[in-house]
Design a protein around this ligand. Structure first.
Ligand SMILES: Nc1ncnc2c1ncn2[C@@H]1O[C@H](COP(=O)(O)OP(=O)(O)OP(=O)(O)O)[C@@H](O)[C@H]1O
Length: 577
């Protein structure tokens, strides 16, 4: 029996569901306060090997920027040892530190950096940062009871004008965490031009951030803007343009396009806030060459006091290296365990046997009753179109969104999905990050995610703002290379997966990189018999004249070509003498 059979036996139709395990004594998101004393010492280098490389880079960050001694076990012991010698001020300072520690521990907040400001527990505590009254009103108008963990820590850091690298689970409120300090820092509209730039990897996400920015700047006088059509750029941004904006939200390629016009149509010399949402995505090389675009844009932001903030649910080594190279006095804030899936999503792995088994599995889920809205991820535009055509007549309000659809079609599709007119939205990685659809109940990974980072972001479209969600990931024998890393992600976020998955051979970095760039070749989703395999019926074949009534095929063929149809019988071969 070969591995294939064992695998099939092991997993045929098996659904691996993340059972809700009793939350561990401490908050599921392991809280980890790294103090200077805990930084890697020779003896601890072995431990680093367990960290993923991005965390290693960040641990080493502390050496460069001096770590915050928010928790310093050795120092604490010394202090505790001679508590009686502490002056009242020192005692008060120690109590404050212990309180800060308790808040961070309770909310799974890890900080790395020097003199990191204490987290807030309520929005009211923002008063100490002289929050604009109108901004505070707009913030409270969202109706949130209290700040999320990332907002608790990131708001004070940015309001103190520190450089920030923030990693927090999907759906945990990172957008408000960076927009609020920007708006508070700019205070009021000025005619000097752009002073804040927020970049996002997709137009849909930029649009979403822009909408939140418009809500937060209401009646503050500040002007936010989004580059909708670069074709209208000359009128909108040219030197003669009177309209001056304070905040620009955009994708990198549109900003770079305007910068590279002669003369440049954007002046970024006064940018005081440079914020990247989905920073690790924006620092990827590859087909979108975001990385190259980012370098061009960052170079144009020449303000000597600019603040830089990176946000994402995942961070990678390129982000760490970029930060090491460009930023001083950087603060890193991590909520929970870095690069882990949010623990609000019930995650399931479903072996579907083969590609055709996926369509059967989706239809079975529909038959059992789907709870819309549902997002279905596939790995390419072509496959998205094919799946759409397959499900179009299945009686579910389905639509598809991908980069080949016009901006207008994409906007309509997103709106229809948000308004509940579309129940099932088939999408590619375009919608894999950042998009905040309220109340998505289910994410189906029809095609296995190309990386564990893609998996974290895809399933993060559900289970947002603390609401529960569900994610089902189909896999076939061809997906075993990445299975182990995804199974590890599920396990790390409290799920249960079969041991054999965690023990599968680790895929080599080179193969993982290749896989991330070039998704697996898969059998078509479309079940239509390929037209080239069957002659088109005459009425569809434009190259032939329509059949005349009463004519046989042969008579018609003679009529078409003017020649007698060749005799189909095999020619008699004369016997050679
Ligand atoms: N303090 C809060 N309390 C409750 N909900 C909040 C709070 N702040 C933001 N939200 C809501 O949480 C949802 C997710 O917010 P947001 O889109 O900023 O998440 P995110 O962390 O950026 O997610 P992703 O990593 O997927 O981009 C939004 O609907 C937002 O309105």
């Amino acid at each position: 029996m070969d591995t294939h059979d064992i695998f099939r036996q092991l997993t045929a139709g098996v659904r691996f569901t993340k059972k809700r395990t009793a939350p561990p004594a401490v908050n599921a998101k392991k809280s980890q306060i790294i103090a200077k004393e805990e930084l890697p010492k020779p003896a601890k280098v072995a431990k680093l090997a367990e960290d993923d490389t991005a965390t290693q880079q960040f641990r080493l960050l502390a050496d460069n920027i001096g770590s915050n001694d928010t928790t310093n076990p050795a120092k604490d012991k010394r202090k505790k040892g001679n508590k009686k010698q502490l002056s009242p001020e020192q005692l008060e300072q120690q109590q404050r530190e212990e309180q800060v520690q308790a808040i961070r521990k309770e909310h799974g907040i890890t900080v790395l950096g020097k003199d990191v400001p204490a987290p807030i527990s309520t929005f009211d505590e923002l008063q100490q940062y002289k929050l604009l009254p109108r901004l505070k009103e707009n913030l409270l108008s969202f109706g949130f009871e209290q700040p999320t963990p990332i907002q608790m820590q990131a708001l004070p850091v940015l309001l103190k004008n520190r450089a920030l690298m923030a990693c927090a689970p999907t759906g945990s409120g990172k957008t408000l965490a960076f927009l609020t300090p920007i708006i508070n820092g700019l205070r009021c509209h000025q005619t000097t031009g752009l002073r804040a730039l927020v970049l996002a990897p997709t137009r849909e996400l930029a649009q979403q951030i822009y909408r939140a920015c418009m809500e937060l700047t209401r009646s503050t006088g500040l002007r936010a803007h989004i580059i909708s059509k670069v074709s209208e750029a000359h009128q909108q941004y040219g030197p003669e343009c009177k309209q001056k904006y304070d905040i620009l939200v955009s994708t990198p390629n549109r900003v770079r396009f305007l910068l590279q016009q002669q003369p440049p149509l954007l002046d970024l010399s006064r940018i005081e806030w440079f914020v990247l949402d989905e920073a690790d995505r924006l620092m990827e090389d590859g087909k979108n060459n975001f990385k190259e675009q980012l370098d061009v844009i960052y170079e144009a932001c020449t303000h000597s006091q600019k603040r830089v903030a990176f946000f994402s649910a995942t961070y990678t080594v390129p982000v760490a290296k970029w930060a090491l190279r460009h930023l001083k006095q950087l603060v890193r804030v991590t909520i929970g365990v870095a690069n882990s899936a949010t623990d609000t999503v019930q995650q399931e792995l479903l072996f579907v046997g083969s590609e055709s088994g996926k369509l059967i599995a989706v239809r079975e889920m529909v038959r059992q009753g789907l709870q819309p809205p549902v997002l279905v991820f596939v790995q390419s535009k072509e496959r998205a179109k094919q799946l759409f055509e397959e499900l179009l007549y299945d009686g579910i309000n389905v639509d598809v969104i991908h980069a080949e659809r016009t901006q207008h079609q994409r906007d309509n599709c997103v709106r229809a999905f948000r308004e509940g007119n579309i129940w099932v939205l088939i999408c590619t990685e375009l919608m894999g990050r950042g998009i905040d659809f309220k109340g998505v109940n289910l994410v189906i990974n029809y095609d296995f995610p190309p990386t564990s980072i893609s998996y974290i972001h895809r399933i993060g479209r559900t289970g947002r703002a603390g609401r529960p969600g569900r994610a089902v990931t189909f896999f076939t024998q061809d997906d075993t290379a990445n299975l182990r890393s995804i199974a590890q992600i599920i396990k790390n976020s409290g799920g249960e997966v079969p041991d054999y998955m965690l023990k599968m051979k680790k895929v080599k970095k080179s193969e993982a990189k290749m896989r991330a760039k070039k998704p697996l070749e898969r059998e078509d989703i479309s079940t239509k018999i390929k037209a080239e395999r069957l002659p088109l019926p005459r009425e569809f074949d434009k190259t032939k004249k329509p059949m005349q009534a009463g004519k046989t095929q042969k008579q018609q063929k003679k009529k078409d070509t003017g020649k007698k149809p060749e005799n189909k019988k095999p020619k008699k071969v004369k016997k050679s003498n």
